[in-house]
Design a protein around this ligand. Structure first.
Ligand SMILES: [Cu+2]
Length: 171
């Protein structure tokens, strides 16, 4: 029994640790990609990086169009570069910059179903193809590296505490 728990915990560790660096964001959280969710609020306070993924979950009355800034500002999906309607759309963030989305259903974008996601460079631990335009990239990267490293240590620490607790309970 105890060894089963240990194996299960090891699998959890293996599953959790790689996701420290690549995040999948559920667009709108529990609200999903839907009419009536404020996506400006949803974006606020989040950090999106190259390598992360956006997941849009939505019903059949919605769709996801990738548009440029003009399309976003004017709620014009006619020149969308990508169109999805499979109700579970995963968008990998592959480049630095702002990526714009809207729902093409009439009235939905004008009603707020539009999303602009600012994408930053990936963490310096994973190789990034895009050079940073920042005037002092080295200090910024050191800061990022520290943040990522502390996140990783925190994750290991939490898992370690959980394993110790589980071991104590099983004894
Ligand atoms: Cu919609």
């Amino acid at each position: 029994m105890r060894s089963t728990v240990a194996v299960a915990l090891l699998l959890v560790v293996l599953a959790v640790v790689p996701t420290v660096l690549a995040v999948t964001f559920q667009v709108g959280d529990t609200g999903g990609w839907n009419f009536g969710v404020n996506y400006t609020t949803w974006v606020g306070g989040k950090t999106f990086r190259v390598g992360d993924t956006l997941e849009f979950n939505y019903g059949p009355s919605h769709a996801v169009f990738v548009v440029d800034k003009a399309g976003f500002d004017g709620c014009d999906g006619s020149r969308a570069t990508q169109r999805f309607s499979n109700r579970d759309t995963k968008i990998d963030l592959t480049r630095v910059g702002t990526i714009h989305f809207l729902c093409p259903t009439p009235g939905h974008c004008l009603g707020g179903m539009k999303l602009a996601v600012p994408v930053l460079a990936s963490s310096p631990i994973t190789p990034s193809p895009s050079p940073s335009p920042s005037p002092s990239p080295s200090s910024g990267n050191v800061e990022n590296a520290k943040n990522v490293a502390s996140k990783g240590i925190m994750s290991y620490g939490k898992i370690g505490v959980a394993m110790v607790l589980m071991y104590g309970v099983m004894r």
